[in-house]
Write a protein of this length. Sequence first.
Length: 265
Amino acid sequence: MKVLKIAAIIFGSAIVVKIVRAAISNVFKIRMKSPLRMSERRENTLIRLLDNVAAYLIYFIALLMILSEFNIDVKALLAGAGVVGLAIGFGAQNLVKDVITGFFIIFEQQFAVGDFVRINNFEGTVEEIGLRTTKLKQWTGELHILPNSSIMEVTNFSIHNSVAVIDVSIAYEEDIDKAQAIIEDVVREKTPEYPEMVAEPEVLGIQAVGTTEIVIRVTAEVLPMTHFKVARELKKAIKIRLDEEGIELPYQKLVSYHKTTVSET
């Protein structure tokens, strides 16, 4: 009989967790229709946090109920928790720091779920912000789990607009003005095709002069973390147009000298 009660408590707590999580999700869906709604980034972060807090609380209550089934005095256990907590307090300092830092990260909006950030020496997308740890997924697939108290420096790439930088190299012998005019035409034509662009790209002019090439730089303000995509596509479009217009791109040239000897007679 006791085994059935314990199984029922475990099963029931799992059901309650699912119900509470669904309720939290529905509350935020209703808030999405409000004119005073918060940003989607912050909503996702708070949903994950509230889900974790609710799960911890429900499973803790379930644990107390299971202990009571074994005739353990839960009230006395909770009363003695203060003494035990004092005894282990020094050993739990890092845990407390993790939790406190986690709250500061969330309420100061340093970063949110879905942001691309650099934390200490790691870069990646924030997968989850928990009470104790933050999960960071690197673009190559690795998942970094960082204790919140270890987060000392944060660079958030997802808050402000990014800048796409396109360096176009043309052969040294080519007409610079003609090449620059072609590039300006391309970026002007392509701007409507990219909703990520905040403003029309700007052709800055000559960025560098090499031994075999002239580098012309183009910049474009785009939505956060879309600069890589826009830069790649603009480079392709510019390359195709330069080929069509007969503008030669630089390539390595090899000059070979052959020494000949003249015999005296």
